[in-house]
Design a protein around this ligand. Structure first.
Ligand code: NAG
Ligand code: NAG
Ligand code: NAG
Ligand code: NAG
Length: 628
């Protein structure tokens, strides 16, 4: 028997086979029969050559277990940073899309025309995208995205429903896309590929709205119902401070760009590029206005199929030597990178978002994993490279994923700030140092047991000046990335530990010609992950007991001059499932999550705990005592 994470996926069951486990709560007889038949054929025809006994990697939860007595219509949520607008009343709320995503596989995405609202036109202080979703029945977790004019504004995934029905809300501040939101004659597009048939009955009902705010940091009367409606559950007294003029901004998108150019696909199957391997670099030619004075590229990314759990993939030698039939290999290092005219300009090892069917599906109810409803995006300051781009010609922007196996969904948005006082600015790339990635690996294994370690780092430094009506400003970008991953198998591969640490640091300095420092945003990310999975024979005949612990956290610090914000989100999960073939016979799960944010001298924290799908406690505080 071998570990679950990287067993072959079943394309005929799972659309993209990015789900590790199947979560439907009711396993009907028919379903069991079809699984058995399918499994029989699978073993007979596809798996016959394997010497290794294998355990199926998809499971259903049986209703008979005591652990799944959830109230009907339960709300799922992601613990996240409150939005600056959470306590404001929108000047207008515009419902824009209302769609039932049923058997949408192979269909084009859903598009609706967008135009800015007539009654509350720009400028807006904030704009928030709200996605409300509900679902009932049996269904996999699905990946989804929302685009405006081909520019991605949200990457999200769904929660897996049950017979009683569930719902959730995702709110995202999309003020950074203001220049797009002001334009008419474009489409808002959503992609959510789903399969609905006799077995998978869950239809995702999605309602998308846009909330426009006109306030300038004025707090609205505390309307708790409104707060609740917006997904902020407590009417908490914490209000994210709105930065005043003159204070250093805590985002690369303040103020928002003048122009946003999508580096994305044509849209027939969503605007994302599907990357199937290392050599699959996807590009788009773009012409940049000659008066561009600043540029930032924003990358959206998610991983699926054999790379859904890339951080737990062993090297191919281990798979080969043990005659395993899995395709989940190629080691545990992945790096998403951006190129301009073939030159490397930045990269990131993405945050390992776990979707709601992943690892142990019981962990992610009703609190989903960090980032599952609002996947992180990654920013690269490209201003030093403007010297290469302002010649009026088109240039080739590319995105690739090192060491990837099928498949990744990626696209990017190029944010451009223009010099409104001139037709063209002058710019030059002064220096560009991007030494190759250093990646060292060590592996030691004997049959199914062993240890695999990877350690990598990358440093880059880019300097360029731009002379616009603002003056001649030099931008210096320094980036540092550190990666460590260790996978250990014991007990004939039945005990697996995955431990990963990722750290990145980016500093952007902007200097005048007289070397006066104008701004120096400093961004630090840190995201460790540890997963322990242990499989033993279960108490019943033909059952296995799978015990899992997951610890993950996401820390992010953004400092600029005298302002700074620190966000720390951490999740600890533990529990077991007893499984027979594809059914979870019983299971117990505990999840605790703690979220803290410190913004200047203000703090907010919230701690939630859930057991067996029920929220046990949920408390929040504005005290800074538990200093972050
Ligand atoms: C793998 O298969 C080869 C050829 O059939 C065989 O010689 C070898 O012993 C097998 N290795 C393991 C670990 O089962
Ligand atoms: C802008 O400043 C840089 C460095 O200070 C200098 O090398 C460059 O010549 C200046 N460009 C112009 C057009 O003055
Ligand atoms: C932060 O710095 C800005 C200018 O750099 C200054 O105007 C402001 O007073 C400072 N704020 C604090 C709280 O020190
Ligand atoms: C794993 O999770 C269980 C259940 O929550 C907990 O009792 C145990 O201490 C955890 N083990 C580790 C190594 O974290």
């Amino acid at each position: 028997m071998l570990l679950l994470f990287w067993e072959n996926c079943w394309d005929s069951i799972s659309l993209y086979c990015y789900d590790l486990f199947l979560v439907p709560t009711v396993s009907s007889l028919r379903m069991k029969i079809s699984f058995i038949i399918f499994f029989f054929f699978y073993v007979l025809f596809f798996n016959g050559a394997s010497a290794t006994p294998r355990l199926p990697d998809h499971f259903t939860k049986s209703r008979s277990q005591s652990t799944l007595q959830r109230p009907s219509g339960q709300e799922f949520f992601e613990l996240r940073q409150p939005l600056p607008s959470d306590h404001l009343t929108p000047a207008c709320t515009v419902p824009i899309l209302d769609h039932y995503f049923a058997n949408t596989i192979g269909s084009p995405p859903v598009s609706v025309p967008y135009k800015p609202p007539r009654h509350c036109h720009a400028p807006w202080s904030r704009v928030v995208l709200e996605v409300h979703a509900d679902c009932k029945g049996e269904q996999y977790d699905r990946i989804a995205a929302v685009w405006l004019g081909g520019v991605e504004i949200l990457r999200t995934s769904t929660a897996e429903p049950d017979e009683a029905g569930i719902f959730w809300n995702v709110q995202k501040d999309i003020t950074r896309y203001s220049s797009l939101l002001k334009l008419s004659n474009q489409d808002l597009t959503m992609m959510l590929e789903n399969i609905v048939d006799d077995i998978f009955t869950g239809v995702y009902h999605v309602q998308v709205s846009l909330l426009y705010y006109k306030d300038k940091g004025v707090t609205a009367p505390a309307d708790k119902n409104l707060g609740r409606e917006l997904g902020f559950r407590f009417g908490s007294p914490w209000i994210a401070p709105t930065r005043v003029v003159g204070e250093a901004p805590l985002s690369l998108y303040e103020p928002p760009a003048d122009l946003i150019v999508p580096i994305s696909n044509n849209g027939d199957r969503g605007f994302w590029f599907r990357i199937n391997g290392e050599s699959d670099v996807r590009t788009k030619r773009v012409q940049i206005p000659r008066n561009t004075r600043r540029a930032v590229i924003e990358l959206y990314v998610s991983f699926h199929g054999n790379d859904e759990f890339w951080y737990s993939n062993p090297p191919n030698s281990y798979i080969r030597n043990n005659n395993l039939t899995t395709d989940r290999g190629n080691g545990a290092f992945r790096e998403v990178y951006v190129t301009v005219d073939g030159n490397f300009v930045g990269s990131e090892v993405p945050y390992p978002v776990i979707f709601t069917g992943g690892i142990n599906p019981l962990f992610w109810e009703p609190v989903v994993a960090i980032g599952a409803f609002d996947l992180p995006s990654y920013d690269f300051e490209l201003t030093p490279f403007l010297g290469l781009l302002l010649d009026g010609n088109t240039h080739n922007f590319g995105i690739g994923v090192s060491y990837s196996i099928p498949f990744w969904l990626v696209d990017a948005n190029l944010h451009l700030w223009l010099d409104h006082q001139s037709e063209a600015v002058q710019a030059k790339l002064v220096s560009q140092k991007s030494p190759a990635l250093t990646l060292t690996s060590s592996q030691k294994f004997k049959r199914l047991d062993g240890t695999f370690e990877l350690e990598g780092s990358r440093k880059g430094r880019y300097v360029g000046w731009v002379k616009s009506s603002e003056g001649n400003l030099t931008t210096i970008v320094s980036r540092k990335l550190k990666f460590r991953n260790a996978i250990q198998f014991r007990r004939d591969g039945n005990h697996k530990t995955v431990e990963q640490k990722i750290k990145s640091k980016t500093q952007v300095k902007v200097l005048t010609e007289t070397r006066i420092l104008l701004s120096r945003p400093f961004i630090k990310w840190r995201y460790p992950l540890k997963i322990i999975t242990s499989t033993r024979p279960g108490s019943g005949q033909g059952t296995n007991l799978i015990t899992t612990n997951v610890t993950e956290s996401l820390g992010k610090r953004f400092a600029n001059g005298n302002s700074s914000i620190f966000v720390y989100n951490s999740q600890v999960c533990g529990g077991y499932m007893e499984v027979k073939d594809h059914s979870v016979v019983s299971g117990v799960s505990d999840t605790t999550q703690s979220f803290r944010v410190r913004d200047g001298s203000r703090c907010f924290s919230r701690v939630v705990a859930s057991t067996n799908g029920k929220l046990l406690s949920d408390s929040s505080s504005t005290s800074c005592a538990s200093s972050v």
